[in-house]
Design a protein around this ligand. Sequence first.
Ligand code: FDA
Length: 400
Amino acid sequence: MKIKKDVIVIGAGAAGMMCAIEAGKRGRSVMLLDHASKLAEKIRISGGGRCNFTNRHTRPENFLSHNPHFCRSALARFTPQNFITLVEKHGIHYHEKKLGQLFCDSSSQQIIDLLRHECDAAGVEWQMPCRVNNISRIHAGTAPGRFMLETDRGILMADSLVIATGGLSIPQIGASPFGYRVAGQFGITVTPLQPALVPLTFAQGQLASSVAGLPGVAIDAAVSCNGACFRENLLLTHRGLSGPAILQISSYWQPGIPIHINLLPDLDAAAWLLDHRHSTGLLSKLITQYLPRRFAQAWCDDIMRDQPAQPINRYSETGLRQIAAQLHNWQITPSGTAGYKKAEVTLGGVDTRELSSKTMEARKIPGLYFIGEVVDVTGHLGGFNFQWAWASGHAAGQFV
Ligand code: FDA
């Protein structure tokens, strides 16, 4: 079998389907292929099964990239409102959970159905499951030639080839390094990759072992690292720290450096402790006014490892000021992350200096496009990664 199309999109996830829809609407013949047998598993599991499909407050500042300006153009041409309009056209009910994050009321399957219907309306054809064994380019004289894909469904040819195979997170549902390998094959740089939006882990004895032994405890904290700061919940787990504040900061963390946790972001802890300096109560007891009881006890045990617990009135003013400083800046160094099995996204990807920010086309390989998470554009937690997938897919869809 030998099939020829104007456009082949590899990866039928969020970005790939959006690109196929836009290209199909322009009258291009489009084939969308994916090695998975089930469509868009990552959308299905997203947002706890309700898909946080966009964020109303999307701004370029919500994305990490070696070139922070790269995402501007695509985001400006396909906004959260554009996707909301599509959601409303399909009668999908949604709600804002917090901070501009929009979720389906019912199920993320509705977003998959929306994309599937739009693909059908745009005349997109499918090959699923389909494994691509080799990609080559057939040169026709001096003109850039067609792409030829050798697949387990036969030979597929196209003038434009779009790589939308996503990142490395959750390999159990089909993530693969395919996109990065294609980039490498065509001499396109890929920036260093690491799991992001991921829980942080601690070696024995690093994070206070006592603190680590309190899975399920949640604290409203401000967590900072490498110039970024997020005020959200922090969750203690068996292996370390998780929760939105930690997932957010994990994208900024590099091995070997500490994260800084402000446990009392709304309080002047020094003034508060000094107000109580004549108290005969234990420090851990006082701290429970603001922090969960089990955590307060374990935290005090940890930071005052060498000193037995004593009433507050036994501390000097300097001692109380030091404890206040620790409450505002508890420094701990993770030993690692929970890895791609738990990460929501991959940080890094196809180097944006290699791509046109208008079309997503590779500068040195005309006809080859990269969109979505495979590109070195990584969103914060809260619907930004889908917004990038829609926007970059939409951008490429206008030009393929
Ligand atoms: P995506 O991963 O969606 O699609 C890639 C496709 O390529 C897949 O269908 C895969 O099977 C296919 N593929 C891979 N290798 C292939 C190969 N070799 N051959 C053929 N096909 C191949 N974001 C957000 O904004 N809001 C949210 O609520 C969440 N929630 C969330 C939860 C969890 C648990 C995870 C893991 C991630 C999220 N995300 C998220 C992130 C979001 O899911 C992610 O950024 C987008 O799905 C990326 O879209 P892409 O289309 O680029 O890749």
